[in-house]
Ligand binder design. Structure first.
Ligand SMILES: [Zn+2]
Length: 216
């Protein structure tokens, strides 16, 4: 017996018996209507992140793409899955917001800080080129003596800001922003604290989401 698969099947059974029945109407409605997500979330593949849970979103509400390090290759670089998701979300689904969500203790960001760890991971090493400028910016802004934890936090934020810049190079995104149909934000999710800090309106600073800070 495949124990890993059995555990997954147990989860599916639990979903079918406990979660689905009280929400059946919601799922049936979602299945019969075209999806109209308001938001595209670009986040890390890290298994500790659950975009639907932290935003309390239901079926059809958020369009999500995940990869190592929540990276968005600039337009023309590495045309592939991420570029296609962005184009589809903006041009076909007409999402009105894109959030790039980084997180605490990100393995990809730690790898950027110690490149030797990527020597045996050729694909990951190649992919992480999309974040190299974030390391340059983070290091150029760092004080002379910065603790490792602070350096990682700074890099995580700079990476999110860099990926927002990359997003703007995509024609679908640039056009929608120009027409004021799309806004962008950067997030850092602190897994241990259960908190999300957000950079919005083009600001470089990230602010925690609090009841008071939430805009109407
Ligand atoms: Zn990560």
């Amino acid at each position: 017996m495949d124990q890993v698969l059995e555990k997954l099947k147990q989860g599916i059974l639990q979903f079918q018996t406990e979660v689905y029945p009280p929400n059946a109407e919601k799922y049936k409605k979602a299945a019969t209507e075209p999806q109209q997500p308001s938001t595209l979330i670009v986040t890390c593949a890290d298994s500790r992140i659950d975009p639907e849970l932290i935003t309390q979103s239901g079926p059809g509400e958020i369009f999500v793409t995940r990869n190592i390090g929540n990276l968005v290759p600039a337009y023309g670089e590495m045309m592939g899955g991420v570029s296609a998701v962005i184009e589809y979300a903006v041009s076909a689904l007409k999402v009105r917001h894109i959030a790039v969500c980084g997180h605490s203790d990100c393995g990809a960001m730690k790898a950027l800080l110690s490149p030797a760890s990527l020597e045996s991971l050729a694909s990951v090493k190649n992919w992480m080129r999309n974040a190299e400028a974030a390391l340059s910016v983070a290091d150029s802004l760092a004080p002379a003596k910065e603790a490792t934890a602070e350096r990682l936090k700074r890099l995580t934020e700079e990476n999110v800001l860099l990926q927002i810049q990359h997003l703007r190079t995509h024609p679908s995104v640039a056009g929608a922003i120009a027409r004021k149909e799309l806004t962008l934000s950067g997030w850092v999710y602190d897994i241990g604290a259960g908190q999300v800090r957000i950079s919005e309106d083009g600001e470089r600073a990230f602010h925690p989401v609090t009841a008071r800070a939430t805009k109407a």
